[in-house]
Ligand binder design. Structure first.
Ligand SMILES: [Zn+2]
Length: 203
């Protein structure tokens, strides 16, 4: 079995998109769920003001699996636990179910659609990381852990990985360029959702 706590597993550069791709996909999913039809830019801006909390929640949740960096900091290496437990299908299912149950207990109403959105937000993160170029063995994600050790990675991974060996690399010009590439890939998703909401629901 893969030793998920092995510091050699992902000590250098692991596959991950920057928060830009995850956030824009989370925003697109949130807009699909929460945005109503709108007639004008003013109407759209008004909805953004009213919906900023749920939309921010969607953006944060789409980034949530990368919280594993935080735990690694206590080991002196942010990559120590990266792309291990929190990048598995079991973990995102458990987390989605926990949030959904919390919502149900609090408000006594939680639809299956809400559970679907939670799973889609967290699942989008794994999908993007699966599609991100990985240069540090083991290549890919242990998606089926703890039931199987197979490491999954798209043969056609095309999203470039940012440099993050140290803080200087994280804030480099190269990463700014990569963030722009991610924006070019994922911003159209947000624009498509906005376009559909205006055409279909306005009335
Ligand atoms: Zn990730």
């Amino acid at each position: 079995m893969t030793d998920l706590c092995n510091p050699k597993s992902k000590i250098e550069n692991s596959a991950m998109a920057s928060p830009v791709a995850h956030s824009l996909i989370g925003l697109a999913l949130g807009l699909i769920r929460f945005l109503s039809g709108y007639r004008s830019w003013d109407g759209l801006a008004g909805q953004f003001r009213a919906l900023w909390r749920p939309l921010l929640f969607c953006v944060l949740l789409a980034n949530a699996p990368d919280l594993d960096y935080f735990f690694g900091i206590f080991r002196g290496n942010a990559n120590y636990y990266h792309q291990t437990v929190t990048h598995t299908l079991v973990w995102i299912y458990v987390l989605a179910l926990a949030i959904w149950t919390y919502g149900w207990l609090r408000e006594r109403r939680a639809s299956w659609l809400s559970l679907g959105l939670l799973l889609a937000l967290l699942g989008s993160h794994l999908l993007v990381d699966w599609l991100t170029v990985d240069r540090s063995p083991p290549i890919g994600l242990t998606l089926a852990w703890p039931f199987a050790d197979h490491i999954y990675h798209a043969a056609f991974a095309f999203i470039p990985p940012p440099a993050k060996q140290n803080w200087a690399a994280v804030w480099s010009l190269q990463n700014l360029r990569l963030a722009l590439v991610e924006m070019v890939i994922t911003l159209p998703l947000v624009i498509i959702v906005l376009w559909f909401k205006r055409r279909r629901d306005a009335g």
